[in-house]
Design a protein around this ligand. Structure first.
Ligand SMILES: [Zn+2]
Length: 543
């Protein structure tokens, strides 16, 4: 079936790097393009790191010099895009105390003291800290003082929205915000007025900045290492929703030295972590500036927080009104300023109450957009919505970003929902024409298991996992559509649809080869290709 003039490369030889400027034809399997204009193809032609052509089995005849790679019945599709991945935070994990699975006071303090004795860094940092709300034991600064009296200690909560500090760290960070205000500065006090060591949301800023202080070269090395580990999951591109000035420097260094293993969309974050003070960053960068390895993406703002007490929910349950959180109002002005300067904006809004405020801000700011600018409002961490909000987001041609791994934190608990609202109404969003993108929010709760898009798509499609079938099956959408949300949907939400996310003529040749696309058949990444070169091959992996 293949033309004799084509050089046929067998499946196992595909691990050899292709020659520069070589034209290559991929055929002999199922090709899912994720492109609505041509959903399935039989042949993909690649040259110079780009997709040169897409077509049926006869296409290869038009490229007689092409070397041919036989997919051997496997499935080729665009590489995954993790559209919300905190690479520039998660890269620190190897230099922090690993508290994954440590919930007792003793286990946490042992891990901290052991790490302190090994590490010669000034700050002793641990992650993820499970506090009382996560089933852990109570812990205060005094407990940390006992095991580490002479160096600053910071335990970072799994959400990143809460920190436990010891006394030295409290002094260094000059903590003085006993009540969470509307810019979300907060520190928790005991009944006698003493700080317990727990600081929340924007109250974390001074301590977090000191704890994360690191030289650019070392930061770059940590990022490079973690980014490389994503290739085995078929991820060749991420969108980092928390790019500080320091992180941007490290990314730019890696890019200048040709060391970026994956493409990065940098979403500019406020001057400090978790703040909305974005204006100075807009002066330095232009939306979309960069190239296919490193680009400036949507601005990231916060409408609420990430923990009980800071997530902005409101609604009726059983005839009673409930509300929580302190909705921030300091995102509204930066949002309209960013849009008037031609930036897309994504807003962290977990709560349904803050989502109303976010929709209103986008509706007003839409009038300020430069002419010809297609506004694409993006709501980050969609948990709960009502029909009115879905209709408003749809009429704004907006996007919703969801993390299937979070289903497991909500749905099995059978948490009641506000009247008129639904938990994770994915099916309704899709039917309303909203672009849903999906992602890991890595490091999630500290474990790399949340990074795998196939696992995420399986949880998403089932609205649950084998251990716990979740409720809301009528909102479930098929596995292949979740894969679309990890590829074309993610590209669109990042403004990258003319660069990646589909197997379409002219886009980057970033793709993966799976054994199967059938969710019942354990879909697995066999190969990952980036810019037309193989960068991961399961068969070459050490057992
Ligand atoms: Zn996040």
């Amino acid at each position: 079936m293949m033309k004799m003039s084509n050089i046929v490369v067998s499946k196992s030889d595909a691990s050899l790097p292709l020659k520069e400027n070589e034209t290559t034809a991929f055929l002999g399997g199922t090709i899912l393009t994720m492109d609505p204009l041509m959903e399935r193809a039989k042949t993909i032609i690649v040259r110079d790191g780009r997709i040169l052509d897409v077509g049926d089995e006869n296409l290869v005849a038009s490229y007689p010099d092409a070397q041919t790679i036989d997919l051997d019945g496997r499935v080729m599709l665009p590489a995954f895009i993790d559209s919300h991945n905190h690479l520039s935070f998660a890269c620190f994990l190897p230099i922090w105390a690993d508290l994954q699975g440590s919930t007792t006071k003793k286990a946490i303090l042992d891990a901290v003291s052991e790490h302190a004795s090994r590490s010669d860094r000034e700050w002793v940092v641990g992650f993820p800290w499970s506090d009382v709300e996560d089933g852990g034991e109570p812990l205060t600064k005094k407990d940390l003082d006992e095991v580490c009296p002479d160096r600053p200690v910071a335990l970072i909560h799994g959400t990143f929205h809460k920190l436990l500090l010891n006394s030295i760290a409290m002094d260094m960070a000059d903590v003085k915000h006993p009540i969470m205000d509307r810019t979300m500065k907060g520190a928790i006090q005991s009944p006698n007025g003493e700080f317990t060591g727990t600081v929340c949301e924007a109250g974390e800023i001074p301590a977090l900045e000191m704890a994360l202080g690191i030289g650019t070269e070392e930061y770059a090395e940590l990022i490079e290492k973690r980014a490389r580990s994503f290739l085995r999951y078929g991820i060749t591109s991420i969108q980092d929703p928390g790019v500080t000035l320091a992180a941007e420097k490290a990314y730019r260094l890696l890019h200048a030295q040709g060391r970026l293993p994956i493409s990065i969309l940098m979403m500019p974050h406020g001057i400090s972590l978790l703040d909305n003070n974005i204006l100075a960053r807009l002066d330095e960068a232009k939306y979309g500036a960069g190239d296919e390895m490193l680009r400036v993406g949507p601005v990231k703002l916060f409408a609420d927080g990430g923990i009980n007490g800071s997530i902005g929910n409101e609604g009726m349950i059983g005839g009673r009104t409930f509300s929580s959180g302190i909705p921030r109002d300091d995102f509204v002005q930066p949002l309209s300023e960013a849009i008037s300067r031609g930036f897309q904006v994504c807003v962290h809004s977990i709560g349904n109450g803050t989502t109303n405020a976010v929709l209103e801000a986008f509706e007003k700011a839409a009038k300020l957009a430069p002419s010809g600018f297609e506004l694409r409002p993006r709501i980050e961490h969609m948990f709960i919505m009502n029909d009115d909000q879905i209709a408003r987001l749809a009429s704004l041609k907006g996007c919703a970003s969801v993390q299937p791994f979070f289903f497991a934190r909500v749905l099995p608990k059978k948490v009641p929902c506000f009247e008129g609202h639904k938990w994770f109404p994915i099916g309704d969003l899709v039917n309303a024409g909203i672009t849903v993108c999906t992602n890991s929010d890595d490091p999630g709760f500290g474990s790399l298991t949340c990074i795998d898009p196939i696992k995420g798509a399986l949880i998403g499609a089932a609205m649950g996992d084998s251990q716990s079938p979740f409720f809301n099956p009528n909102q479930a959408i098929p596995f292949e559509q979740w894969i679309w949300m990890y590829t074309a949907g993610a590209a669109f939400a990042g403004g990258l649809e003319n660069e990646r996310g589909m197997l379409r003529k002219g886009l980057v040749a970033d793709f993966i080869i799976l054994n199967s696309i059938d969710p019942a058949d354990s879909p697995t990444v066999c190969e990952t290709w980036k810019s037309g070169k193989i960068v991961y091959n399961k068969e070459m992996e050490p057992a």
